[in-house]
Design a protein around this ligand. Structure first.
Ligand code: TYM
Length: 333
């Protein structure tokens, strides 16, 4: 049976790309009746730079509140934070010894995040994809819903599983499939249609945060960068227009229709009329989430309770797998 695993880092606020590219699809897979496990990867969150402990705690609880506010249900999905299940780090160590330096050297996200001065990057940032492979394979997950930027990491996960199985002569870890679907697998910055929307962009106007209120959401969309032409009459007409294409894709993902449907409805419109329509749609879909998140954040003991119950369920699934892995490797227990 298919088993779904995915994770999000608790760094800064969740943005629209995380919602459309990930959480919204987590909810759909949960409601399709698949077996779903969704993690808050707090151990990944300390790889890129020093995290203030109070900020990390806050971001972890806020991400939990976003999961719940978006419709993830702890009775249907396993929801937890990574550091509460020690088997993630245990399996990650084994995978550090399976993955090759050459594989890690090809990871584009490491190059982007480490920047020009890779000497100053943490060892954890370099090993990050091996921890991610451990997250997924610890549950023998087969389906991993992610945005486009995580594709290479899921492919590395397959390579690690295959090498482990081959080295030890077992058929233990399954092949994992990245699930990258829909109109919003790569949501772009509202200020620059060639740059990915990101939690860490210094410009807050470049993104919509899930914590933004209705006025802020509408204002950011009205101010989004566009070109001077009206929307094209066909989707092909979006090809060389990154900002227009991005707004059409956002509309499509929010409305749960295709980009072609959006063009069928709005092709030929000026941005002066398309942007208000998009702003209304975004406020309609997103403002209730930020309101519900704020309500849930009023009681962090309840959030912590959800996470620790989820962690118990996750640990119960993970423990037999790590035990078998140790036996395969030859660690005496
Ligand atoms: P993270 O925290 O950067 O992002 C979480 C999810 O959001 C997606 N995403 C986007 N999708 C569309 N448009 C965007 N602009 C955009 N920005 C982010 C990401 O693709 C991701 O799906 N390494 C992962 C976390 C992770 C993980 C895992 C994921 C750790 N272990 C195991 C899956 C399975 C990360 O940093 O995602």
């Amino acid at each position: 049976t298919p088993r779904v695993f995915s994770g999000i880092q608790p760094t800064n606020h969740l943005q629209l790309g995380n919602y459309l590219g990930a959480v919204k699809r987590f909810v759909a897979m949960q409601n399709d009746g698949m077996e779903t496990i969704y993690c808050i990867v707090d151990q990944h969150a300390i790889t890129a730079s020093f995290q203030n402990p109070a900020d990390l705690r806050h971001a972890t609880r806020e991400l939990a509140s976003a999961y719940l506010a978006c419709g993830l249900d702890p009775a249907k999905s396993v929801l937890f934070n990574q550091s509460q299940v020690p088997a993630h780090s245990q399996l990650a160590w084994v995978f550090n010894c399976v993955a090759r330096m050459g594989w890690m050297n090809r990871m584009t996200q490491f190059k982007d995040k480490a920047g020009k001065n890779a000497e100053k990057a943490s060892l954890g940032l370099y090993a990050y994809p091996a921890l991610m492979a451990a997250d997924i394979l610890l549950y023998h997950a087969t389906h991993v819903p992610v945005g486009e930027d995580q594709k290479q990491h899921v492919e590395l996960t397959r390579d690690i599983a295959a090498k482990f199985n081959h080295d030890y002569g077992v058929d233990f870890f399954p092949e994992t499939q990245p699930i990258i679907e829909g109109a919003a697998t790569r949501v772009m910055s509202l200020r620059d249609g060639t740059k990915k929307m990101s939690k860490s962009d210094p410009s807050d106007a470049s993104r919509i945060n899930l914590t933004d209120d209705a006025d802020t959401i509408a204002r950011k969309i009205r101010k989004a960068k566009t070109d001077p032409e009206p929307l094209p009459e066909t989707v092909e007409g979006l090809a060389d227009r990154p900002e227009a294409r991005n707004l059409v894709n956002i509309y499509a993902a929010l409305a749960e229709i295709t980009a072609a449907d959006v063009i069928a409805q709005h092709g030929g419109s000026q941005f002066g009329s398309f942007k208000p329509a998009l702003a209304d749609l975004a406020v309609d879909k997103l403002a209730p989430i930020s309101t519900e998140m704020a309500r849930l954040m009023g009681d962090v003991t309840e959030i912590d309770r959800v996470l620790s119950q989820g962690a118990e369920r996750a640990a119960a699934m993970a423990e037999p797998i790590i035990a078998q892995t140790y036996d395969i490797v030859g660690f005496v227990r």
